[in-house]
Design a protein around this ligand. Sequence first.
Ligand SMILES: Oc1ccccc1-c1ccno1
Length: 234
Amino acid sequence: MTMRLDYLSIFPGYFDVLDISLLGKAVDNGLVEVHAHDLRDWTHDRHRTVDDTPCGGGAGMVMKPDPWGEAFDGIIGIEPDPSVHVIFPTPSGIPFTQSAAQELSTVERVVFCCGRYEGIDHRVIDYARTMWTVHELSLGDYVLNGGEVAALAITEAVVRLIPGFMGNPESLAEESFSPGQERLLEYPLFTRPVSWRGMDVPEVLMSGHHGRIAEWRREESLLLTRDRRPDLTD
Ligand SMILES: Oc1ccccc1-c1ccno1
């Protein structure tokens, strides 16, 4: 299966980065195909206007619905298709989680709508919900200038889970938040040299005793999770 990824943004250059590293390899291997689009290509005025003042007053500008609607028509089509997943990164979205990444890694088409300014006219999201499967997703409780960086983060979290993407799929099994680990943070990792600047790798990890190593790692994960993410231990 090839996953098609579309990105709608007034800064499509953000997505040039998807040509490099592992994601670039996924494109070369035909696992994903990436299409970045400039929202301004669906404007018709000399200034290629995509924003206007908010109805009801307030600071900042809101993204006009017209360019989004025409871009949807051109990029996705005018017929409803729930198999298309449309993602609006937004600070008011539901928290993006590893399980959401896992679910999205099985779909064939994802369209990212990257808002700027104060946000997108809400009718755009309402319209999209009548046509496709919509996800309004937040990366966390902080504010970005736009959805592009969030779209890149979501992309990486999703694409790395596509079967065939990771050379060694076993490495996915023990990560923080991976299925079966989702309530524990990953234990501390070490590699050679065994001694470095007066600090040694924990002896148990050099013992070759797999049972003790597994026990040490679980205990470390529990301690770390209790300390940093007590919310996960509820
Ligand atoms: O702060 C944002 C602005 C635009 C689009 C997304 C975000 C955001 C912040 C946290 N997660 O998403």
